[in-house]
Design a protein around this ligand. Structure first.
Ligand code: AMP
Length: 404
């Protein structure tokens, strides 16, 4: 199967060829014809499957089948994402794949000035990629008109619900015309997602590229048992002895991310933290340095890491296991992307046994445990309850786009 056979037009094929894609990924193969046929879809696809191109390419094609009316640009497609990082990355994809088409797109998220966004919207755009909170702020100011939207895409819908966006999503839906195409992408399928899909989608085609809640076959997963207060030492040991050059490390809290970053720096390992207490420019800088290789360890919280798009990320480390098992699937989905092999290592102390069990139940297989010499846990240490985060994973969020 080639992109051409899927019915995509020359300007889109040219942009894809320039990206070096030789053939569509499974989600693209399944989603593109359905979307071109104007059907709704409910797609179970994780980051790394090529889902962004899976909806962006046919969206561009459909929009190009009807040229924009001159002097009268209006928002024809709306892509909602849970985080600013993901919005920015999807926006980048829209620009790349649409570079030979005459569309204007813009990315809208909170945490930055609203005025430049108002100015861009005033000039007219065809495609808007947005996080829900800021979009609603703009709609309240009448800076954006969504009454002509032809296609709505919810990307990483499960994460949007996790972040408490359901009410905002409903408010956005109320601003859209009744007759439109709807595409819903989600890595996992909770009952809440099914409820949202039932209310939103019209006879959707179901597309599933991997087993539900399954982890990529391309990711080698291991657990290293270790005492809590020796995790940092073990992490430094792994990074240096295995010569890891690009590692994404997950901590449960922002404070934990900062602390670990400082400790790694003390061990002579270049590290940067990425979480919601950092300014947008600090996050972007950390990400650029990481991609360029001047920073070898990026320490992130779950939500900040959401949507980070780094090709061929070889190592993901769970410094602490997530208390929400689905987050494990999301985290390790950062590696083993687009056909490359990846490695996901979890450092697990005795306090986290329940988390590990819940994760293994979700992914329906045990994760192999490998002991690292010199780091065997002290059997006399008894489990203690894991400290809960102070509301950083609250399901409620402020209208000013909660930072995580
Ligand atoms: P996504 O799942 O949308 O986050 O995409 C994961 C990565 O796969 C991105 O870096 C894309 O650039 C890349 N990608 C998307 N489609 C293809 C394709 N058909 N062939 C090779 N790489 C692709």
């Amino acid at each position: 199967m080639s992109f051409k056979n899927l019915g995509l037009s020359e300007p889109i094929l040219r942009a894809i060829a320039e990206e070096g894609y030789s053939k569509p990924t499974p989600v693209q193969e399944q989603a593109i014809p359905v979307i071109l046929n104007n059907n709704d879809i409910l797609a179970g696809a994780q980051t790394g499957t090529g889902k962004t191109a899976g909806f962006t390419l046919p969206l561009l094609q459909r929009l190009s089948e009807r040229a924009p009316r001159k002097g009268n640009r209006y928002v024809r497609a709306l892509i909602l994402t849970p985080t600013r990082e993901l919005a920015a990355q999807v926006g980048e994809s829209v620009e790349i794949y649409g570079k030979y088409l005459p569309f204007r797109s813009t990315v809208i998220f909170g945490g930055v000035g609203i005025k430049p966004q108002v100015a861009i919207l005033r000039k007219g755009v065809d495609i808007v990629i947005a996080t829900p909170g800021r979009l609603l702020d703009l709609a309240e100011q009448r800076a954006i008109n969504l009454s002509q939207v032809e296609c709505l895409i919810l990307d990483e819908a499960d994460r949007m619900l996790d972040m408490g966006f359901i009410h905002d999503i409903k408010k956005v839906l109320a601003l859209l015309p009744k007759h439109r195409q709807n595409l819903l992408f989600s890595a996992t399928f909770s009952n809440e997602i099914k409820k949202l899909a039932d209310g939103l989608l019209n006879k959707p085609t179901l597309i599933e590229v991997a087993c539900r809640n399954a982890t990529s076959e391309m990711v080698e997963q291991t657990v290293h048992r270790v005492d809590k207060d020796r995790k940092r030492e073990l992490l430094s040991h792994l990074i240096t002895t295995r010569d890891w050059k690009q590692v994404l490390v997950f901590t449960r809290t922002k404070h934990g991310a900062n602390r670990l970053t400082k400790q790694l720096e003390k061990d002579g390992i270049s590290a940067a933290a990425i979480h919601g207490n950092k300014s947008q420019s600090a996050r972007t800088k950390a990400l650029i340095n990481f991609k360029e290789g001047s920073v070898s360890v990026l320490v992130a919280t779950d939500i900040a890491a959401r949507g980070i798009d780094i090709d061929q990320l070889p190592h993901v480390v769970n410094y602490e296991l997530p208390n929400i098992p689905e987050d494990y699937v999301h985290r390790i989905g950062r590696t083993g992307r687009a056909g490359n092999e990846g490695e996901a290592v979890s450092l697990v102390c005795v306090d986290e046994d329940t988390y590990l069990r819940n994760i293994e139940t979700l992914i329906k297989r045990p994760i192999p445990q490998v002991n690292i010499k010199g780091f065997a846990p002290d059997p006399s240490i008894k489990p203690e309850p894991v400290q809960k985060k102070n509301a950083s994973r609250s399901r409620k969020r402020s209208r000013s786009f909660g930072r995580h």
